[in-house]
Design a protein. Structure first.
Length: 211
């Protein structure tokens, strides 16, 4: 579970005319310079033999981002975990283990959900790494699917949903059939956020691992 959360955060050929979810994504990229929300994340394992549904685990926390290259996830339940991208380094802090993992941000993003939500500024930029396709609206939400152009990574596809132009859902599937759905609550788009919110200093005594 913890490794999967980290991999999500570390995780278009020609663009069709914007409509539906794709239009909302384009607007979100160009107009939402910063934002914050609370979230509920459900990770569901592939169905095993003899099971009707895959086993699932639910986490809760808060999320914030500021373009072009900063974001933060603070998981609070069922365990505390902090993920911070400060523009140069991607940090993962496991509170229970008192362990910090760091990785160069330029190597960690790319075709990841974080790139879709917080890092890229235009659809044209994302066209280098993703293929996009509108999906049918459902229950007041507009949907768009993003598929990495390179199919050799862990991420298989991401579906994004928007409610009245605000990001509502990230629905991700990896190459092993594991699914992670993040539902945002109280999403607020803002002109900016304090830069200090995206700074991270390893706590005293924590083990620091570099990747």
């Amino acid at each position: 579970m913890r490794t999967y959360v980290f991999s999500l955060c570390i995780a278009l050929f020609s663009i069709p005319s914007s409509a539906g979810g794709l239009k909302d994504l384009e607007k979100f990229l160009t107009e939402a310079k910063a934002g914050s929300a609370s979230f509920v994340q459900t990770v569901t394992a592939p169905v095993r033999a003899g099971e009707a549904t895959g086993r699932s685990k639910t986490s809760r926390g808060s999320f914030a981002f500021m373009r072009p290259d900063r974001f933060r996830f603070d998981y609070t339940k069922p365990f505390e975990q902090t993920i911070v991208a400060d523009g140069k380094t991607l940090w993962l802090y496991d509170h229970d283990l008192n362990q910090v993992t760091s990785r160069a941000q330029s190597q960690a993003l790319g075709s990841t959900p974080a790139a879709l939500v917080a890092s890229a500024a235009t659809l044209a930029k994302l066209a280098e790494v993703f293929e996009f396709a509108d999906e049918p609206d459902d229950k007041g939400l507009t949907w768009v699917r993003a598929t990495p152009r390179q199919g050799d990574g862990q991420l298989k596809s991401v579906r994004l949903a928007f409610a009245q132009g605000e990001l509502a859902v990230l629905d991700m599937e990896d190459s092993f059939g594991q699914r992670s759905t993040i539902r945002f609550e109280g999403f607020r788009t803002l002109p900016s956020l304090p830069a200090a919110q995206f700074q991270f200093n390893p706590p005293a005594g924590a083990d620091v691992l570099k990747q």
